[in-house]
Write a protein that binds this ligand. Sequence first.
Ligand code: SAH
Length: 258
Amino acid sequence: MEQRTISAPDVGKVTLIGAGPGDPELLTLKAARALGAAEVVLIDDLVDRRCLVHARPGARIIEVGKRGGCKSTPQAFIERLMIRCARQGRTVARLKGGDPFVFGRGGEELQALRAAGMEVEVIPGITAGIGVPATLGIPVTHRNLARGVTFVTGHARDGAEPDWAALARTGTTLVIYMGLKRLGRIASSLMQAGMKRDTPACAIENGTLETQRQVIGTLADLATDVMDRGLDGPAIIVVGDVVRCAGIAGVVPVRRAA
Ligand code: SAH
């Protein structure tokens, strides 16, 4: 490997950490250890603050909001901040919701940090698209029901829509992140593409947290049911036969809110 001399001050390390879908107990042991070692922690607004019990006393905690494309800390600013702290020789932890590499911009941050010559470690987390359906006993794949799963975002910031018709044809479970606001359109597109109206579908809000709520039904009715129940928090939408497993005997839905 090429030898490189890094001039003083020492370059610190940045760890991109997945905090899991919500419940702070879903943080991994490795994540907790890395948090305890960090001098600076940048935390996303979707991450439950109880995760910070693992931070070391006196660590600098920086909140970097970034919800649904609205008022948020610009990505370039976050990247510059991490680089600056690490260049000061500090150990930096970047705590992100779910898994840092699933719709979390972790890939972009990794590239920016590497380009700046940083040492980067990535600690995966449980992504909402798997961990949240699991609270209801919904497996995203199942030998008899779904041979695969597709993770897709429903939030089209640049106006570009996922190819719902192509996704409908895959026959895989569809796990849709950031899709709640466009659920009506998404469901219509899937049905126009030939997906059956009675395809089981659900929306789960604030999954794994005490405030979790869900609506379970069919593709045709889900958008209306979601509106009736007033779901508006971060939500995962699952479309496919696996949704039939929700609440099957022996699986107790976790902290199902009234
Ligand atoms: N990196 C994250 C996803 C970030 S995008 C992960 O791997 O989970 C943010 C979207 O994730 C939300 O809009 C929502 O669709 C989903 N999400 C995150 N936390 C959630 C939760 N507790 N319950 C339901 N959906 C959640």
